[in-house]
Ligand binder design. Structure first.
Ligand code: ADP
Ligand code: MG
Length: 270
């Protein structure tokens, strides 16, 4: 065939970010720590990264050294379509942040107010629509979520390509993860077919016989399923707690999160 002397200009669709929600139905298990360290870790690897806080506790802000109370515009304003994502963007430690504070707790009541119902007919995909404003600008977008099944988790999962489930290996850990997986399956079936479960990440792991036993149970429980329990585990270290409280994510000093990213996203084993 004769080669055309004209170079064909085919418009490629812009590449969209991988959007990863950090979800569990338990509080205090390291969700926010995971969201922060994944974001900074991916930035350190050279990727363009955004992090979104969808938890009314607003701890992502504090973890990045930003006062949540001082935030003038937040994700609440974005989700209610009062402002665009770019109007609330702040940056810290190389990551673009779209933050929240306690005001986010008003979201459900606001969208359910009879006079607003027509304005927000699909309250569970408000975040998906907001992310469409920015998803070609980033390689990865990480979403932090609260520990209850709510409008926030539903929005996060509907907007995501992937979900990571942090799990502290104690007590009802397996049950908690199974409950979360059930909710994820519902979202996959009903509204977000592209959502993938990236896997379960054990967090705050101590070298005790309880944790060792629970870790074995967790691995056994999921061995015949399509759910990955990552080989990499995040150990409990006092420095994690301090880094978060001081607003300085110290991923460089916490190689486990980098190992986790390699294992979960780039198929590299430690
Ligand atoms: N691996 C860890 N080792 C020690 N402390 C941690 C670790 N991960 C998180 N923390 C601390 O534990 C508390 C709860 O973690 P956080 O990430 O806020 O959990 P969640 O978002 O699930 O509620 C915070 O004070 C945090 O700084
Ligand atoms: Mg949190």
């Amino acid at each position: 065939m004769k080669k055309s002397k004209f170079i064909s200009v085919v418009k490629q669709p812009l590449k969209k970010a991988r959007v990863i929600s950090v979800v569990t139905q338990k509080g205090g298990v390291g969700k926010t720590a995971t969201a922060i360290n994944m974001s900074v870790g991916l930035h350190n690897m050279g990727y363009k990264v955004a992090a979104i806080d969808l938890d009314p506790q607003g701890q992502l802000a504090e973890g990045f050294g930003i006062s949540r109370k001082a935030l003038k515009k937040t994700m609440l304003d974005v989700l209610l379509r009062l402002v665009d994502m770019k109007e609330i963007k702040v940056s810290a430690h190389g990551v673009d942040l779209y933050l929240s504070n306690r005001s986010l707790a008003d979201l459900w009541v606001t969208v359910q107010t009879p006079s607003n119902v027509n304005l927000y007919p699909e309250p569970n995909i408000l975040l998906k629509k907001a992310i469409a404003q920015i998803d070609t600008k980033y390689d990865f977008i990480i979403i932090d979520t609260p520990p209850t099944v709510s409008i926030f988790n539903a929005n996060a999962l509907n907007a995501s390509t992937d979900a990571v489930i942090p799990m502290q290996p104690e007590g009802m850990a397996v049950k908690g993860a199974e409950d979360m997986l059930e909710f994820i399956r519902e979202v996959q079936k009903s509204s977000n077919h592209q959502l993938r479960v990236l896997g379960i990440l054990a967090t705050m792991v101590q070298n005790t016989s309880l944790h060792n036993t629970v870790m074995q149970d967790i691995r056994k429980s999921f061995i015949d399923t399509d759910v990955t329990v990552f080989d990499t585990v995040i150990k409990r270290t006092i420095r994690y707690g301090l880094a978060q409280t001081n607003g300085i994510p110290e991923t460089v000093n916490f190689p486990e999160y980098t190992e986790f990213l390699k294992e979960a996203l780039f198929n590299e084993t430690a």
